[in-house]
Design a protein around this ligand. Structure first.
Ligand code: C2O
Length: 349
């Protein structure tokens, strides 16, 4: 059987990434030598449940745990790869030109706009959650998910908007879009005058369309192939959920009507600096589980996808190599999502 031909970033040589206004930014995480990295295979024996962010109140026990984990991450030494800013750097370097491809020094590597999108972000959240667990010494802790596909979840959840000094707050959010403003899941630079109830129903139709009507094949859902070599130069094509609502939620949250000042959630290089990023992506990841478990979808079977690997720093600040084939079953990673109602599916019958 032919060897797989996965695309790999050159982790040894992190370079400056590019901000939306084209100025370079150094967001390189501490360098790793791939030849010294150990492979990691998940084998969780207990399964924790990730719950909707809107189900938690400010000041609750959960809120205290979560904020204490984030404070501890922010207080780690700036050079510790588990430091909150370094975690954000991991995202920046992997998406805005921080790495070139192994064997293709002129080809930039990017985990967006292709079939790498879902699995890379799944692994990224996995290690982020492990780091939180480790810092608060509670291996049952889970990240919340921003349940933007349900009526009650269609605004910034209150735990992320509880005052300027909260570690879950971020000052670079669009002031027009703070609660109780209802999100527009296909927002694109400019607020439409619309009744919030109508917006909510529109959002449910968007979810149905993106998850079902437009995602009939694995490549519609996950995005197109991205392999090593010259083909990797063509921007591959994003999956339906990555395009909408994923991208729209980024822009809606972190950008004003003027694209050039997109920051934090609104721009790739900075998006993981906003703690809400991880809740946004938990819900993106939840869509993958819904596609497989409730909608009869299937994973990609191409070996170039299955054998694609990534390197992350784990909860002990050690670099580990992980593969897409080992993240397909989220219960092996030790988590699943609370089985909350899915209004765009349940109410559509
Ligand atoms: Cu790596 Cu929501 O983006």
């Amino acid at each position: 059987m032919a060897l797989a031909n996965p695309v790999l970033p050159d982790y040894k040589n992190c370079i400056d990434a590019t901000q939306p206004d084209k100025t370079p930014i150094n967001c390189c995480p501490p360098p790793v030598d791939p030849s010294r990295v150990k492979d990691f295979f998940p084998s969780a024996t207990t399964v924790n449940i990730r719950k909707p962010a809107h189900s938690f109140e400010v000041g609750s026990d959960y809120y205290k745990k979560y904020t204490s984990a984030i404070i501890k991450m922010k207080n780690l030494s700036p050079s510790d790869p588990r430091n909150f800013r370094q975690q954000a750097n991991v995202h920046c370097a992997n998406c805005d030109g921080g790495y070139t491809q192994v064997g293709g020094p002129k080809l930039l590597y990017d985990v967006h706009y292709s079939w790498l999108f879902f699995p890379w972000h799944r692994w990224y959240l996995y290690f982020f959650e492990k780091i939180c667990q480790n810092l608060i010494d509670d291996d049952t802790f889970t990240l919340p998910f921003w349940n933007w596909d349900a009526r009650e979840g269609m605004q910034i959840p209150s735990i992320y908007n509880s005052g300027l000094t909260s570690p879950l707050y971020d000052c670079f959010r669009n002031p027009e879009h703070l609660p109780p403003t209802v999100i527009d899941l296909e927002w694109s630079f400019g607020d439409k005058p619309i009744d919030p109830e109508v917006q909510i129903e529109n959002n449910l139709s968007i979810m149905y369309k993106q998850m079902i009507t437009q995602s009939t094949t694995p490549s519609d859902f996950f995005g197109k192939a991205y392999r090593a070599g010259p083909a990797g130069d063509d921007p591959p094509y994003a999956g339906q959920i990555e395009l909408t609502p994923h991208n729209a939620i980024h822009s809606w949250t972190g950008t004003s009507d003027d694209r050039s000042n997109a920051i934090d959630l609104g721009a790739l290089y900075s998006s993981a600096r906003d703690p809400i990023f991880y809740a946004h992506h938990a819900n993106v990841d939840r869509m993958w589980t819904i596609k497989l478990n409730k909608l009869g979808g299937s994973n990609i079977t191409d070996r170039d996808w299955l054998f694609t690997s990534f390197i992350f720093y784990n909860e002990e600040a050690k670099p580990v190599r992980v593969s897409i084939k080992d993240c397909l079953d989220n219960t092996k990673l030790g988590y699943k999502y609370e089985d909350v109602p899915i209004p765009w599916l349940d109410d559509s019958a």
